[in-house]
Design a protein around this ligand. Structure first.
Ligand code: MN
Length: 433
């Protein structure tokens, strides 16, 4: 049975209840989960997939309802000002989101959500990492992603997609995949002709559905515009992104109430400004806000992406340490962050805009064990050219680094700025393996 046509808000309430039923009555459940950096793209990819696919019954689906999961604890939402800016556009609040806190505790998740009762669709990643991965990776049965293929998802995914292809935003690929179903969903409401009361007004179903579609479409647009810099970044933007924006904007334009307040560039600028508004966060939270990790040959790698330059982080560290020297505050904070996570290698990717308005990248890599130091040096010799690494000097003109056999740290300008973590992570992992 299909889930009744509903607003995103009501859909999320229903989806949250579904988790409780699955736990209390051992029912089957399907999750659509983004990656553990839980950026906008992961968030909207899982929402759109779950919302649209739950609206029309999929033959042979594991369950009729798909539950979208944001792959962080609830407290992580507050670290993402871009979420807080965006959610009202879809008439939802943080409490509506389904996060890791809505799943049973990891210590007994296996007994409460037995693996055989679950199915997992991955969006914006193609290998389920961490504790969930160690329990449920055999239950992954579908993927839509734009990262390098990890060959972890089975080749045959039956009635679910197996799409891994290059695009600026994974949300574009999800939109493309859901398009036909979404259109069918909209058409089915248009023809029903039913009406119901909203306040003093009699509103027909199709008006409501047009509003709901426009709300969800705006969420998708936010991710695609952020990931492609308003479709202006040539090296990131693909045909998938352009078509998806066209499609989603048509949904916005179909709803006068929403379209009156929609202007693509203004919308992009608003969400982008919110995303960069991290001055109020603590350094530790900035480092964990957009963070991913991997394990290669028993060595753990963690990579933070930050939307501010390293000097911003140094100043922040200095203020938090009550004004000691910037380096003496910053580097110990980075080391502590890495030690807390038991990392062999930590990388920090910082992006910023120069005074001349040019997009720029800085890269810090710190290796904490002998094996990790070998890997880090190998990374530098194998990938330094491709990434355009150039020694970084602080505002005082001094380079920074540590060069011992078990403690090796370097900071560079990454002059080939088209390479994001999507490329840098595989390069470091390759050097580690
Ligand atoms: Mn993505």
């Amino acid at each position: 049975m299909a889930v009744p046509r509903n607003s995103l808000r009501n859909f999320l309430v229903l989806a949250k209840n579904t988790i409780q039923n699955a736990i209390n009555q051992s029912q089957k459940i399907t999750f659509v989960i983004g990656n553990e950096s839980a950026d906008l793209d992961s968030f909207t990819s899982s929402l759109i997939y779950a919302y649209v696919r739950s609206g029309i019954p999929t033959p042979h689906a594991f369950t009729p309802l798909y539950v979208p999961v944001t792959n962080i604890p609830f407290s992580g939402i507050q670290l993402r000002p871009e979420f807080l800016a965006l959610l009202p556009r879809a008439n939802i609040e943080p409490r509506h989101l389904i996060t890791l806190d809505d799943l049973p505790d990891l210590s007994d998740i296996k007994s409460k959500l037995r693996p055989e009762n679950t199915k997992w669709i991955l969006v914006d990643h193609n290998s389920l990492q961490g504790a969930l991965g160690s329990i449920y990776s055999d239950r992954v049965g579908g993927v839509i992603d734009h990262h390098d293929e990890e060959n972890k998802v089975p080749k045959d995914t039956g009635s679910e997609p197996r799409i891994i292809t290059k695009s600026g935003s994974c949300t574009s690929l999800v939109t493309e995949y859901c398009r036909e179903t979404w259109d069918a969903l909209s058409d089915s409401v248009m023809s029903s002709g039913a009406a119901h009361r909203q306040g003093d007004d009699l509103v027909d179903d199709s008006t409501m559905a047009t509003l709901w579609d426009a709300q969800v479409a705006q969420l998708g647009l936010a991710s695609i515009l952020i990931d492609t810099t308003n479709l202006q970044a040539k090296e990131k933007t693909t045909e998938h992104d352009i078509k998806a924006v066209e499609y989603l904007e048509a949904k916005v334009m179909a709803c006068p109430q929403v379209s009156a307040q929609y202007d693509r560039s203004k919308f992009f600028a608003e969400i982008d400004a919110a995303r960069k508004d991290i001055g109020g966060l603590r350094l530790h939270d900035i480092l964990r806000k957009d963070y991913k990790e991997w394990t290669e040959r028993g060595m753990k790698l963690g990579i933070s992406s930050v939307v501010k330059p390293i000097c911003f982080l140094q100043e922040k560290a200095q203020r938090e340490a009550n004004g000691r020297d910037a380096d003496e505050s910053f580097l110990p904070a980075i080391r502590e962050f890495s030690e807390d996570r038991d990392l062999a290698i930590y990388a920090l990717m910082a992006t910023s805009t120069s005074l001349e308005g040019k997009f720029q990248r800085e890269l810090l890599i710190w290796a904490f064990t002998a094996d990790a130091v070998c890997a880090a040096k190998k990374f530098l010799s194998d990938a330094g050219g491709e990434l355009g690494l150039e020694d970084w000097h602080g505002s005082d003109g001094r380079p920074r680094g540590k060069q011992s056999e078990t403690d090796w740290m370097r900071i560079w300008w990454q002059r080939n700025v088209e390479h994001s973590r999507k490329r840098v992570a595989p390069l470091i992992r390759e050097a580690m393996s």
